[in-house]
Ligand binder design. Structure first.
Ligand code: HEC
Length: 147
């Protein structure tokens, strides 16, 4: 976490009481439908106790538990694409707005972020509306965010 982010989070916590360090505008109930329809084919949300809290334990993609606010490519043991690892090293953190840009065109987004025109991401383009992505971010954030 950079210090600016930490300060903003601390300030938000002071003003609003216990608050999420990550901005969330979507509707988690709607997001649950999106997750179940699309994301769970490849992703699980499995908490630190090893309980599957969303999805059916698919392991094609990385575990999305506490993805909101986390650096890209942070799940140990998952074989990310080189492009995703590069994006994480260059500072990509999963916010709602970054997710909105990533999900419809993962490879294009990561190439743009890393300025690496030849790299390839492992996730295929998902046909999901912007609002649905905001909602699914809120659903995943409801299980916890990265601090
Ligand atoms: C067809 C399988 C598939 C589907 C469907 C899918 N993903 Fe992924 N996802 C992947 C794979 C594989 C990766 C790893 C990408 C890489 O390494 O380039 C990934 C990576 C991610 C990451 C980066 C996580 C990290 O640890 O950095 C996020 C966030 C993500 N997906 C969100 C979603 C969301 C939200 C949905 C539903 C709208 C979704 N994905 C649907 C396969 C999928």
């Amino acid at each position: 976490m950079n210090s600016k982010f930490a300060l903003a989070a601390a300030a938000a916590a002071l003003i609003a009481g216990p608050a999420l360090a990550v901005d969330v505008t979507g509707d988690p109930a709607e997001g649950e439908k999106v997750f179940n329809k699309i994301c769970q084919t490849c992703h699980v949300v499995e908490n630190d106790a090893g309980e599957v809290v969303a999805g059916r334990n698919a392991k094609v993609g990385p575990n999305l538990f506490k993805m909101p606010g986390r650096h890209a490519a942070a799940i140990e043991g998952f074989r990310y694409s080189d492009l995703m690892k590069e994006a994480g090293e260059k500072g990509l953190v999963w916010t709602e707005d970054e997710l909105v840009k990533y999900v419809p065109g993962p490879t294009d987004f990561l190439r743009d972020y890393t300025q690496d025109p030849k790299g390839r991401g492992l996730m295929t383009n998902q046909r999901v509306k912007e609002q649905e992505i905001r909602d699914v971010f809120a659903y995943i954030a409801s299980f916890g965010t990265h601090e």
